[in-house]
Design a protein around this ligand. Sequence first.
Ligand code: SF4
Ligand code: SF4
Length: 424
Amino acid sequence: MIGVESPEDSSRPDVSVLQLLESARPVARLEPLPEPLPLPEPVFPQHPELLGRDNFVEHDFRQQRKWSAPHIYRSMRGWMFPWMKSRLLPGEFQPIIAYLFTEWKCNLDCHYCWAFDNRVKGMTEEVARRSIDWLHDTPCRVLALMGGEPLLRPQFAHKVVYYAAKKGFWPYVSTNARLLRPDVIDRLADAGMATFNFAVDVVDEKPGLPKALTPIRPFFEYLVKKQFSYGYSVFFNINITRRNLEDVRQLTEIAHEYGIATDYHINESPLMDQPDFKHADNNDTFIHKEDWPAVDELVHWLVEKKRQGYKMPNSAARLLEMTEFMRGKVQEWNCRAGQNTLIIRTDGTLAPCFPMYNVSHDWGTIEKPRFDSQELRTMKRDCQPHCFSTLNHIVAYCYNDARVIRWLLQQAVRGFQGVTGSME
Ligand code: SF4
Ligand code: SF4
């Protein structure tokens, strides 16, 4: 669900190291178990009193959300304790966030996106279960369901979330929300979903930009209202392209009206050649040099909104960096992919990050990771200046003990009511 693409004017990386990696050694395969190991059938409903349209905890969206002690503890168990463990345990591979690509198919076709292939079969229950069991033996407690579109098989997603939550994970889903019907919301929330990353680029559908709010507005209304009953959170994930600059403003205002956060990406072109990318030529969403002034204006508008108190996990500095990135000027930034974050592909093989999904290098499989610190360092010298991975940037930003300790002290003073906010 991550938006991609980019300016013809900003250079793509010298991918020589990446290409070398591709030919370095054959890719491992995950061996199936002698007997299939399915996911357990979820108990549903676990909270019958919360089901359906009539069970809303009323909340004034203009008021600051109050988090209960169990919700604060859940966030700390998902993020803070794993971070601490990852700092204390020996060895460079100490994952705290894992992206589980349960699907590589999608029901939409955003013109900037190379991240789906409708010929690829979805993850099996066995791979999902073994992934969660393996991660459970590491510090990692944040499990993000990704695609393609991870809700193409809602019952499968329900089983994964239920199993992960029972094992103490903080489940998260990134979705275009086309299939996020109220009954699906109830099932996922009942199973323990912690956060819905609601990916939307425009208010009304535009050619090449199908992730629109209007067709799924009823789902959105239901999702935001039910968050106070179940205790999950919701945020908009918006990709800034040359075609949706006004929509970004409108979606930001809608999110603010409903008291939810907004997370932004700047359109990036694929890091590696993507032979299956249908819209590589004459792409109508790429940001061109003549778009820079309008994008600059939008980014400064967003920074001003953040200063006014709009909820945005991106720091103001990070937002401003988008204008540098679009001009090809971002440099090294301590990317932690393959060390503290990783992706698990549909077949159970591993890669350090989403931009490397299609790289055919052997980084191992679940249960047998093969991330080599020196190799990663060499690779990142090539790719970091050309990558605007928001999540990995946030993790890099948090890999500074003094910054985290200062943030924790601030949170303690506020009674931990900002534990889901940004670390600035
Ligand atoms: S909705 Fe589908 S096509 Fe659009 S960005 Fe997400 S994965 Fe790609
Ligand atoms: S900088 Fe990090 S997240 Fe970006 S492509 Fe390189 S390894 Fe992946």
